[in-house]
Design a protein around this ligand. Sequence first.
Ligand SMILES: [Ca+2]
Length: 386
Amino acid sequence: MMKRFWLEKMLGMLGWAALFAVAFDLGKSWPVSLGELQGAENPAGEKLSQPQSREGKTEGQEPVRLIFDTDIGNDVDDAMAMAVIHALANRGECQLLAVTVTKDNPYAARIVDLLNTFYGRPDIPIGVVRGGKTPEDGRYLRQVVTAEDGGKPRYPHRLSDGRSAPDAVQVLRRTLAGQPDGSVVVVQVGFSTNLARLLDSPPDDISPLDGKSLAAKKVRLLSVMAGAFSEDLQKRRFREYNVVTDVPAAQKVLGQWPTPIVASGFEIGRAILYPVVSIRQDYRYVSHHPVAEAYGYYRGLEHDQPTFDLTSVLYAVRPERGYFDLSPPGWIRVEDDGFTRFEPDPNGKHRYLIVSAEQIVRVREALCWLCSEPPQRLVPQSSSDR
Ligand SMILES: [Ca+2]
């Protein structure tokens, strides 16, 4: 115990020393604000400013306003994608406005609440689907949500029954109505049930706009994990799970959504595997980590995991970092059996992600860092804390 105390103390001092070194290298007196650092020159004389966007505005000032729509519990990548969102929120790159759930299981909303609480954002609105798809528990929801140590919940959270959470469409409407026009990015990594119902929603006391007009007014981009666009998957007529599970909803959203859509097809997440060694090594900053525990139940601690939903989040928040290339514009068509086809059209509003071998390596490493990033403040865990 004493050894650890002194080790931490020394590491802390080293950290401060490094910060002072940076400050003096820049020829500034302490303290140096982040703003000053961004505008300053480094010793090599290169400007440390933020990149300029096409419109000439400085990027990175305004966090991406994000709504996450998920079928969490059917696969573990949804939970990992939430960890990535919270890491990006820690860095001021995004603001998580709300989470809506398309898996119709009461533990799904509870694990969302649990993860938001673990990452220090327990007040984020959560909406749930009613009469939705995949009501079964899946492989990790119940285990992680109900885990206990010494008779106390291992991962504290407020929501004691997912069924008591508000309806997803209401949460979507209220969240969108409260945001500036053209500012929201929606990330949909499950079925299209909630967004299809949003499009169908009539004006109400939340907003005088119907759902389609509200989305047109408020949403800048819809980033979806859906479909399959590579040559081999097209040839095999591969039907992707998120689309197949609720085909009419996918047809509605991909046919009627009023703003641009970027899809991460099955081939992207399949090509970029999250290395299980990261799960075994990078989450040990707490005795029990909900994401690592969910991973263990779902995938096991011997196997890598496709990064499907994580890629939709990464693109939504960091679209201009060259992690992915984009297809030419066109339209994603959903056939009645759930098969997706892409029709190029210069006036189309849809694109899909493409990755090169080099980008695969870059994205994998970025996702390891982001997914395993500790919360800004750790919630004390019961009994067995190290
Ligand atoms: Ca998912």
